[in-house]
Ligand binder design. Structure first.
Ligand code: NAD
Length: 358
């Protein structure tokens, strides 16, 4: 069920206590427990979870390969077969321990296995914590179409534990951080200020991961508040797409036409700069706010220039974005820092011009 106002978000020790009580109280109704991991979270994160929850030692571990290309229906089939072999039934529980790929695929697997089994999300990447595991969306890609097959399905609850970040590679960390900046820009000016003035050393999060707890907590609450108001993305939830219309197109362009991949966080930072400029042109954002956003993000992210030739290719990728209605490109644009509108239509020429403002 979506948005039934149950508390489902728990942080650190409280989360582990809730999980322990849940497992103890439901011992009759949970017949067997499965932990879904990828190769990396099996090595780095499973030992942390098991050190907190001895009860889970007898769980069945299902491991998949890491990475976005595994987020497809064939991996689901592999997981469903494993569940079947281990005699999973409607009373089984799946614990998704990993980044957004694991929580997306594990949530989807759970939502349709035997018409729905219970699952718990324990995100282990920053992006998983502040974004992917929050908000009931589960799913897999259909070849190159992202998240084309999926469902809205709620976990029993989530546990957020920044200790997992200790082993996270830097490029994964900066992707999550971009989404945190976005949360401030679209819905909470104070949080934007907190992020931009944070004195936590940004150079090596593996040493400073424990200092991120408070900002992670605030960021999650911002996204959670938005999805609680509009769980199925009929309106308000679209503001979470700010920076992503151009950001995703840039990511696909670099994946398809350039040898090097563009890190998700860098693509989203570039998307937020160009869409801030569009916000200034068509949605009343002050010029100095656009300049501030550009200066903060370009200081933190290695933002690239886009040539004329590249623009045309990127534009055609955007035209295929499934979020568009009636062949017009829809944007979520800032009104001011902390306030965002959705369903804003922007002309071809302005979009092209916005690439020059990155
Ligand atoms: P990911 O799950 O691929 O994880 C990134 C890498 O980090 C992987 O190699 C993983 O094995 C590794 N890893 C994970 N935790 C680790 C740890 N603690 N220590 C060391 N390595 C670790 O990627 P992601 O960025 O977390 O998630 C991206 C996915 O999230 C995309 O598929 C995207 O579509 C999805 N997403 C979903 C939603 C949603 O609302 N459902 C929102 C945003 C993004």
């Amino acid at each position: 069920m979506l948005s039934d106002k149950r508390k489902i978000l728990y942080f650190n020790e409280e989360g582990y206590k809730i999980l322990e009580n849940y497992l103890l109280n439901q011992v009759e109704s949970i017949k067997n427990t499965f932990i879904l991991v990828d190769h990396n979270t099996n090595i780095h994160c499973l030992p942390i979870l098991l050190s907190h929850e001895k009860f889970l030692e007898k769980s069945n571990i299902i491991q998949i390969k890491p990475g976005e290309k595994e987020k497809n229906i064939y991996t689901c089939i592999q997981i469903w077969k494993n569940l079947e072999n281990f005699k999973a039934n409607r009373n089984s529980l799946i614990i998704n321990l990993g980044g957004g790929v694991i929580t997306d695929i594990g949530g989807f697997v759970a939502s349709v296995f035997k018409r729905g089994v219970r699952f718990i999300n324990i995100p282990t990447t920053l992006l998983g914590m502040v974004d992917a595991s929050i908000g009931y969306k589960t799913g897999v890609n259909l070849e190159s179409i992202k998240n084309e097959i999926g469902s809205f399905y709620s976990p029993e609850f989530l546990i957020i534990d920044p200790h997992f970040l200790k082993t996270l590679p830097e490029k994964e960390f900066i992707s999550g951080k971009a989404e945190m900046f976005k949360h401030g820009l679209i819905a909470d000016e104070k949080f934007w200020i907190d992020m931009k003035t944070s004195t936590i050393p940004m150079d090596d999060h593996r040493k400073s991961y424990f200092q991120w707890g408070d900002l992670i907590h605030k960021s999650i609450l911002i996204k959670n508040k938005i999805v609680e108001k509009d769980p199925k993305e009929k309106g308000l939830r679209k503001i979470l797409n700010f920076g992503h219309t151009i950001g995703h197109a840039l990511e696909s362009y670099f994946m398809n036409y350039k040898k090097g991949k563009l890190i998700h966080g860098v693509a989203i930072a570039m998307g937020m700069v160009s869409e801030s400029w569009l916000s200034y042109k068509v949605n009343g954002l002050f010029m100095n706010s656009y300049q501030e956003i550009k200066s903060i993000l370009s200081e933190l992210y290695p933002i690239k220039n886009i040539s004329d030739l590249e623009m045309n290719k990127i534009f055609s990728i955007m035209e295929h974005d499934k979020k568009n209605d009636k062949n017009k490109i829809q944007f979520s644009l800032l009104k001011k820092i902390g306030t965002c509108s959705y369903n804003c239509q922007v002309s071809y020429n302005l979009i092209k011009e916005s690439f020059l403002q990155i």
